[in-house]
Design a protein around this ligand. Structure first.
Ligand SMILES: [Zn+2]
Length: 109
């Protein structure tokens, strides 16, 4: 619920700054490791947005894959099964993307 609330705050701020009367779409980038349940986020969003500028706004969710880079040899790969060991040199892989949760863009009228 707090995530949906934060997104709504951002969207309303943005709409106020741009003197918009209606928010039609909110695009989100959500890392696959961000721990966000898409279905419950949509559900919370719909109930929170009701009666606001964002009533009926489409929530566009793009999942960002978990990618890490080796600390030793610099190789990048998609991480599966929480395996953060570099397949090339055995070094430790550091997360590059996949944990983010942010608003990509907002469409309004
Ligand atoms: Zn390596």
């Amino acid at each position: 619920m707090s995530i949906a609330n934060g997104i709504l705050d951002i969207a309303r701020d943005y709409a106020a700054k741009n003197e918009a009367t209606r928010i039609s779409r909110v695009a989100l980038l959500i890392g696959e490791m961000a721990g966000v349940e898409e279905e419950s986020l949509r559900f919370c969003w719909e109930s929170l947005a009701r009666g606001t500028l964002a009533d009926g706004a489409e929530l566009l969710i793009s999942r960002v894959p978990l990618v890490a880079r080796c600390d030793s040899c610099g190789k990048e790969k998609r991480i599966e099964h929480y395996n953060f060991i570099c397949p090339c040199c055995g070094g430790t892989m550091l997360t590059v993307s996949g944990r983010e949760l942010r608003v990509d863009y907002i469409d309004m009228e």
